[in-house]
Design a protein around this ligand. Sequence first.
Ligand SMILES: NC(=O)c1ccc[n+]([C@@H]2O[C@H](COP(=O)([O-])OP(=O)(O)OC[C@H]3O[C@@H](n4cnc5c(N)ncnc54)[C@H](OP(=O)(O)O)[C@@H]3O)[C@@H](O)[C@H]2O)c1
Length: 284
Amino acid sequence: MILDETYTLANGVAIPRLGLGTWQISDASVAEAVRAAVRIGYRGIDSAQAYGNERGLGEGVRTSGVPREQLFVTTKLAAEIKDRAGAAAAIEGSLATLDIGYVDLMLIHGPQPWDDFRGGDYSDGNRQAWAALEDAYEAGRIRAIGVSNFLPADIENILSGARVAPQVNQVLAHPGNTPSELIEYCRARGIQVEAYSPIAHGEMLSNGEVTAMAGRYGVTVPQLCIRYTLQLGTVSLPKTANPAHMLSNSQVDFVISDDDMSTLRALRADRYSEDNDLFSHHSA
Ligand SMILES: NC(=O)c1ccc[n+]([C@@H]2O[C@H](COP(=O)([O-])OP(=O)(O)OC[C@H]3O[C@@H](n4cnc5c(N)ncnc54)[C@H](OP(=O)(O)O)[C@@H]3O)[C@@H](O)[C@H]2O)c1
């Protein structure tokens, strides 16, 4: 049962293989979504400062009926914060807003601010943000630290001055957009990859090839996409606030054949990732 399965991070911390994405779930409705997910058996929940829902998410965790230590909460340091003092303050802000004692995993949300994504050189700023995460990690406020949307050069920059190596890189991965080289780069360095937008933000629901393959397996498109990312060895983070979808998204105990994995890996359907308008607005 996937909901009970974990990977082990480089520092020995267990991370659920399947987690609930919460981007675009409002602060007012996320507590109920978290409680519903936890009732179904989800233990991982993914948030970010940019989602504006840390308060409600913390409320959901506190009222879930499950002991805090059985849940794994991720949040992300806003991509715009590239100085050590600002990052330290923002980390304290997340801890206070969540109000759940500690954070399980905190990531630098992006190597550049969203309005300059894949733009200028923020190497010094990223090392500063990283130092603030290391401070919180060493103080025991955060159990694991990592990055998101980082390419190998961004990771090398962090490693060049790091006391603690990143334990996670959360990246866009779905059938149609599989960053195989990046996944392999991370795997070789003991960095656990997480797949965000495993359903391509919903785009896969209307993809003909993926729909046909899902039909052959007798599963839904989201189930095929989630299973695909799990078989890549990544954590899968589908978003939904709908309990029926949460349940079916967790029913992925089938196996995609090697041939079909190759087909999905080779598929090119990256309209979502290339939609710069969406990217610049999404603050995800
Ligand atoms: N680090 C980053 O920069 C970054 C960027 C993007 C996303 N993320 C993380 O990854 C999470 C997931 O990504 P995402 O929100 O972009 O998209 P996603 O999970 O790929 O797709 C979400 C869409 O799929 C629909 N859906 C989910 N399960 C379904 C089901 N069983 N049947 C039918 N429709 C279903 C959802 O609608 P319903 O809500 O109606 O079910 C929603 O429209 C985010 O919430 C966030 O936590 C991180």
